[in-house]
Design a protein around this ligand. Structure first.
Ligand SMILES: Cc1cc2nc3c(=O)[nH]c(=O)nc-3n(C[C@H](O)[C@H](O)[C@H](O)COP(=O)(O)OP(=O)(O)OC[C@H]3O[C@@H](n4cnc5c(N)ncnc54)[C@H](O)[C@@H]3O)c2cc1C
Length: 438
């Protein structure tokens, strides 16, 4: 039971019981029993979530045994417990990749990725989960199996609610609340399940679009004296067509001392970048676009990116156990990224520390780690909203941010979130306290 009391966040909640279903029928049985007995059910994939979304005090539904994966005609069909590593291995045999690539690597599950609308460094080229989801099957709060978008009844309800939605942040990534902005018509209704954090249904299967694997890759590495000037270069570098544009703040990368480092990765499979002289052309483009001269890496790119991906574990070492610490994944419109770095500097002044930061600069999505109490966290999230951003671009609301969802979206959208929840989960047994208050 201890294992299920924690995930990769700093939270801890002891559940009453654990179920390990092997089939969709098993999931439906558990949810039906829970609905009759008004017992909370929280779905769990691999427990790598950083917002405490997979923790609950009722039944934890561990989907790890539902891990089948199949590939057909550019689409991968996976059970909720299938790990990203298994999906990637299958796809490599077909010369394909999945776009979303959380930095945690092979460990996270398809169910968890759908439920958080996960993304990662490659979202510039290939989008987040919401952009790649073809269809999804879930068990709703009554224990009924629902396939979206083909279920007409639910699709009409979803699109009716989405039509009434007020403004959403103008960001390329967003995992806050329910994505009412992503459903322009009933045939896109499945997209509302992305980022729903197991509160509308337990995902029991998903079909995800895949992409041709690149044959040639190139990585431009750029070193800046400070984050603001790195951020100011990002829009021009984006015009060169990278599939990823990452930032690592001072002190994290070995050998880079106090510099801020940008990594821009280019794939020849993105059509306008094809051809044998791929890296040379990229180098010329980036040199013209960036304020500093790039170093081009053609071999051993994954070794360089491993340095970037180790940023979280290194940042844990740098901030030590001066709890409580925050890992934020706020995302702002790209033109406001320099301002977000000003906010992060002020965060340091308010906490008397040096915040550690890194993330997906090209998407305006920055992870920050610093010791902070709830007042400072609230101040930071409000600053992000004031910049037109979202309080979470990829990790979800979970236990840490649910209390800010109403402020993020205002009364109208929050009321619509409640209507959607009621439609899927009338007894509010599915992951209560996430996205909406319990
Ligand atoms: C070192 C590190 C780096 C990371 N880097 C990234 C990154 O770059 N990008 C990114 O997006 N994330 C990142 N993450 C966060 C995490 O890996 C992702 O959120 C991932 O998608 C979670 O998958 P999981 O299987 O571990 O989900 P869990 O942690 O088990 O669950 C996460 C949420 O999904 C819900 N859920 C799980 N399975 C289901 C299901 N079958 N049906 C309905 N709801 C379900 C849970 O209830 C919970 O709300 C990182 C985490 C770590 C530890």
């Amino acid at each position: 039971m201890e294992y299920y009391s924690v995930d990769a966040s700093g939270y801890s909640v002891k559940p009453r019981g654990v179920a390990l279903p092997r089939s969709v029928g098993d999931v439906a049985d558990v949810v039906r029993w829970a609905a009759q007995n008004r017992t909370p059910v929280t779905a769990r994939g691999a427990g790598t979530g950083l917002a405490g979304g997979a923790l609950g005090d009722g039944i934890i539904l561990d989907t790890s045994r539902m891990d089948r994966v199949r590939y057909l005609d550019g689409v991968v069909s996976a059970g909720p417990g299938a790990r990203l590593g298994a999906v990637a291995r299958l796809l490599s045999g077909y010369g394909r990749i999945l776009g979303p690539n959380p930095s945690v690597g092979p460990y996270c599950s398809v169910g968890g990725m759908v439920a958080t609308n996960a993304s990662g460094s490659l979202s510039l080229g290939y989008g987040s989960i919401i952009d790649n989801l073809e269809s999804v099957t879930l068990v709703d709060g009554r224990g009924d199996v629902v396939e979206l978008p083909s279920n007409r009844h639910y699709s009409d309800i979803i699109s009716g609610i989405c039509r009434r939605a007020g403004p959403f942040p103008d960001t390329t990534k967003n995992s806050c609340g329910y994505r009412l902005d992503a459903v322009p018509s009933p045939d896109m209704s499945h997209r509302v399940v992305a980022a729903s954090e197991g509160t509308l249904g337990v995902v029991v299967g998903a079909r995800l679009r895949t992409h041709p694997a690149p044959r040639r890759r190139a990585l431009a590495v750029m070193r800046y004296a400070d984050a603001r000037s790195a951020a100011a270069d990002c829009p021009r570098i984006l015009e060169c067509g990278p599939v990823s544009l990452e930032v690592v703040g001072p002190g994290i990368m070995e050998g880079y001392g106090g510099s801020c480092v940008l990594f821009a990765e280019f794939h020849d499979s993105v059509p306008e970048r094809g051809g044998p002289d791929h890296a040379d052309r990229v180098c010329g483009d980036v040199r013209r676009a960036a304020g500093v001269r790039p170093v081009m890496i053609r071999e051993g790119i994954d070794r360089w990116l491993a340095g970037r991906n180790a940023a979280l574990s290194r940042s844990l070492g740098m901030t030590g156990d001066r709890a409580p610490s925050i890992i934020e994944d706020a995302t702002v419109p790209l033109e406001r990224l320099p301002d977000l770095f000003d906010v992060i500097r002020e965060l340091g002044e308010r906490t008397g520390s040096t915040p550690v930061y890194y993330g997906h600069a090209g998407s305006g999505n920055i992870h920050v780690r610093t010791p902070a109490d709830s007042r400072v966290t609230e101040w930071y999230l409000c600053e992000v909203m004031a910049l037109g951003g979202t309080i979470t671009g990829e990790h979800g609301d979970g236990m840490g941010r649910t209390g800010f969802v109403r402020r993020q979206y205002g009364e109208q959208n929050h009321m619509l979130f409640g209507l959607l929840k009621d439609a899927f989960d009338p007894h509010h047994i599915l992951n209560p306290g996430k996205i909406l208050p319990a």
